[in-house]
Design a protein around this ligand. Sequence first.
Ligand SMILES: [Zn+2]
Length: 347
Amino acid sequence: MSTLIDLRYTQDLLLELLNTPSPTGNTETAIGLVEGAFNDLGLRTRRTRKGALLATLPGPASAPAKALTGHVDTLGGIVKEIRENGRLRLSNLGGYYPGSIVGEYCRIEAANGRIFTGTVLLEKQSVHIHPMAELHAAAKELPHLEVRIDARTTSDKETGALGICVGDFVSWAPRAKVTDTGFIKSRHLDDKAGVATMLAAARAMVRRNITPAQTSYFFISNYEEVGHGTSVGIPDNVASLLAVDMGVVGKGQTGDEFSVSICAKDSSGPYDLSLRRELVALAQAAGIDHKVDVYANYASDGSAALRAGLNARVALIGPGVDSSHAYERTHLDGLVNTARLIVEFLK
Ligand SMILES: [Zn+2]
C-alpha cells in the first residue's frame, strides 16, 4: 500500500466530516470545516455567493487549469408539518427510500437555535397495535413516517412551544465507524468520502512538494443532492473537471469498495472519453486498483456543470460505496486508490 497518502489524516478528517451534520441547504458548518482543512495545508480559499468553497493549489501555468469537485451536502429532511400528536412530518432533502431511515436517530435544528434529538419511526410502528401488512406498506412512503422528538410533547402546541417550526432542518445520525478490517460504515459517505480523498490528495502534494502541472482548483459544492451544486463557480480557465463522488457498488456493477471507480456513463450520458482514457492510463501506470463502470440511476456535479454550460472536459471518479443513500460502507483502500488517482491527475 502506498505511503503517499496519509491514512490517519484521511480517516480522522473523514470521521470529523461525517460527524458534522450537513443536510443539503444547511451546510455552512461542514463547508467551514473543509475550508479550515485547506487553509491548514496552506491553500487559499474563497466562497461563492451560493456558499460553496473554492481552494487553489497554484501551478506554473494558470491556463489551461484543472479542477476537482466534491460535495459536502447530504440527504436529510426538513420539517413539513407539526402533527396533532406533537411529532414531525418530514419533507425529503435528496432522494432516498423512506424505509432506509426508519428507526434512525435524528437531530432537529430548531429555529430558536436549540438542538433536539429524535427518532424516525413509522406512524404505525408498534406491532402490538398495527397489523404487519400496514407496517410494510407504510415503510414505502415518507408521509407515513414521523419524527418522535426526545422531549415531553403530545400536541402540536407543545412542540411549537419547544421552538420547533416548519422549515427546520433534520439530519440523520451518521453512525460512522471504522472497523479493524479497514471498512468505514456510515451514512453520507456520499460524498464525504470523496471530499476526504480530495483533501488527502492535496495534503500529499503539499507535504511531498509535488507541484501540479497547472493551477488546480478544489471546488466543494453544497447543493449536489438537489442537482445544482457545481452549476456555477468553476473558474473560466478550467479545461478539465474531475468530479469526485461515490462509485456505485452492488449487483451488476464492476466497482467494489477497495478500488476507485471510473465512470464511463451515468443517467446524464457519457463522460468525456479522452479524459476517461487518460485516467485509466494513469491508474494503470501507477498500479492503482480501478474499475471502469456505468451507473444506471445517477448524476453528478460534473453533470450539473455540463448542463449549466461548462466548456470543459468532464470525468467522474470515486471510491466504491455499498448500499448508497442508505447505511453505506466503503474501505480505506478505496479512499487511498481514489486519492492516488487524484494526485496522478494533477501532477
Ligand atoms: Zn454524491
